[in-house]
Structure formats: structure tokens, C-alpha cells
Write a protein that binds this ligand. Structure first.
Ligand code: ADP
Ligand code: MG
Length: 261
């Protein structure tokens, strides 16, 4: 894996004291997280600890209650004027989100479009990429996710693992600076998990900056540069993957890891 802990690689994500409440429920209670270019960070933690909410704050799918998040130096979702934050327009947000790829537990492919259209449409519509360029890039990405030859398939003709690999290719087609994965293998039959993780390994090896919410501890151990353990809306522990997974310091990390085995 890469060694991104040097000061030369720029910060791609800076989350500063992020709070999020739903009514009286405080879901995020001051999350701080920095991710450098090329780094792979796995976000672990019990169900309900706020992992998805935090990922969704990063691309402003969720409006945080306070705090701020910068992606590649840009404040996400807001303009700062005279010390106050003003929410961006939908159009401005869309421009920011083009640079942040997101892959969910459910594949969310467009059911009525074939694979090639699923992958190539957004770059044409949202980036103004010429159609033939976008198609060529889509074919290249299909090869990368080991689905060469399935250009004309419709989502219903593919397995869950294949659909998820198309979803990854679709996100990559926008040339994101950052990829967010929210339990990308949790909805898959066990025998299909490996093929999706392999694509993610490849991406990591290619230097993509990634935040991955996952329960796949062996993936975290092998691929992540850093592991962050969240519980009840705070970061309980973070550090080099093997250090945290093999020698957890915090009692809550130890309890979580025990439950996972
Ligand atoms: P995780 O991904 O770690 O399982 P989530 O971020 O999905 O956790 O959820 C954290 C908490 O926030 C949970 O208690 C969940 O019920 C609550 N929550 C998430 N989204 C909403 C919402 N839109 N409205 C109300 N509560 C929510
Ligand atoms: Mg979740």
C-alpha cells in the first residue's frame, strides 16, 4: 500500500468538529477526520454509530448541524461570508458532488438503461464530455471492474456483485477526487463479496483516495492505511489499520472487534 502519512500529500478531506442531530437525537457529536491524497481509511463501528450519516455529510446529502467539511480545500455545501455560512445553491452543490464518488450498499443502477449507458451518461450530461469519449472511457472502466463484454446487459441480467462493480465504474467515470463506500458488500451473497473487494483493492493500489465503511475486517487490515472506529457519534479510536485491529487500545474498540469474530 501507499505511505501517505507524509506531509507532502495534500489533504483531500478535512472534517472539523462535525455535529449532526435529527431532532433531539445527537447522531454525530464532533467528528474530526483528515484524509490525505491516496489514503484508504476504513470506518468501522456498530450499527447506529453514525457512519452513514457522516459519509452523507461529506457530500452534503445530509446537512450537518455544525462544523465544517472541506474536500480538496473547498468548503462543502456552504459559502463563508462575514464569518457566517450560507448554503450553496443546488447547482453549485452538483458541481461539488461531481468530484465525490459514492457507492452504496444497494447498487442504485438505472434499471431501464444498459451497463454502458449507466456508466457513460453522467459524464456526458454533467461534465459535458463528448459522447464517444465517455463511451470509450466506460469500456475501459468495465475492463477495470472485470466486466468486459457486458456493455449491453441490463441491471436485472447481472448478479449483485456485477451490479455493484458497475456502480463503482459509474462513480469512477466522473473522475472523482474521492470515493466514499457505504457498506458496499453488505447486501451481497457471501460468494460475491470477494469480486467487489478485489475491484476496491485495485482502486486503492491505483492511488484513489477512499473512505470505506465496512465490516470486512480482513479488507481493512490488508488495504486500509488507517482505521477509524466510531461509536455513538464519536471517533473512539483511530490509527494504522493493523495497530487498531490487532492491538486495540480502547475498551469499546476491543468490544466491537470481539463481536465481529
Ligand atoms: P450507521 O451507518 O453507523 O449504522 P447511521 O448514520 O445510519 O449509523 O445512523 C445513526 C443514527 O441516526 C441511528 O440512530 C439512526 O436511526 C439515526 N438516523 C439516521 N438517519 C436518520 C434520519 N434521516 N432521521 C432520523 N434519524 C436518523
Ligand atoms: Mg450505515
Amino acid at each position: 500500500m501507499s505511505a501517505p502519512e507524509n506531509t507532502l500529500s495534500p489533504l483531500i478531506v478535512e472534517a472539523i468538529d462535525v455535529h449532526k442531530s435529527f431532532g433531539v437525537l445527537d447522531v454525530l457529536k464532533g467528528i474530526n477526520l483528515s484524509v490525505r491524497k491516496g489514503e484508504v481509511v476504513c470506518l468501522l463501528g456498530p450499527s447506529g454509530s453514525g457512519k452513514s450519516t457522516f459519509l452523507r455529510c461529506i457530500n452534503h446529502l445530509e446537512r450537518m448541524t455544525s462544523g465544517r467539511i472541506l474536500v480538496d480545500g473547498q468548503l462543502i455545501g456552504y459559502h463563508e461570508r462575514g464569518g457566517a455560512l450560507h448554503e450553496m445553491s443546488g447547482k453549485e452543490l452538483a458541481v461539488q458532488r461531481r468530484d465525490i464518488g459514492m457507492v452504496f450498499q444497494r447498487f442504485n443502477l438505472f434499471a431501464h438503461q444498459d451497463v454502458l449507458t449507466n456508466i457513460s451518461q453522467a459524464p456526458v450530461l454533467n461534465r459535458g464530455q463528448p459522447r464517444n469519449e465517455a463511451l470509450a472511457r466506460a469500456r475501459q472502466l468495465l475492463k477495470m471492474v472485470d466486466l468486459e463484454g457486458r456493455e449491453g446487459a441490463y441491471p436485472y441480467q447481472l448478479s449483485g456483485g456485477q451490479q455493484q462493480r458497475v456502480a463503482i465504474a459509474r462513480a469512477l467515470a466522473m473522475n472523482p477526487k474521492l470515493m466514499l463506500f457505504d457498506e458496499p458488500t453488505s447486501a451481497l451473497d457471501p460468494e460475491l463479496v470477494g469480486e467487489v473487494l478485489n475491484v476496491m483493492r485495485k482502486l486503492a493500489a491505483d492511488g484513489m483516495t477512499m473512505i470505506v465503511v465496512t465490516h470486512e475486517l480482513s479488507f481493512a487490515r490488508d488495504v486500509a492505511d488507517r482505521v477509524v472506529l466510531m461509536d455513538q457519534g464519536i471517533v473512539v479510536e483511530e490509527g494504522p489499520a493493523r495497530e487498531v485491529l490487532d492491538h486495540p487500545k480502547h475498551e469499546r474498540t476491543q468490544a466491537f472487534l470481539r463481536r465481529m469474530h
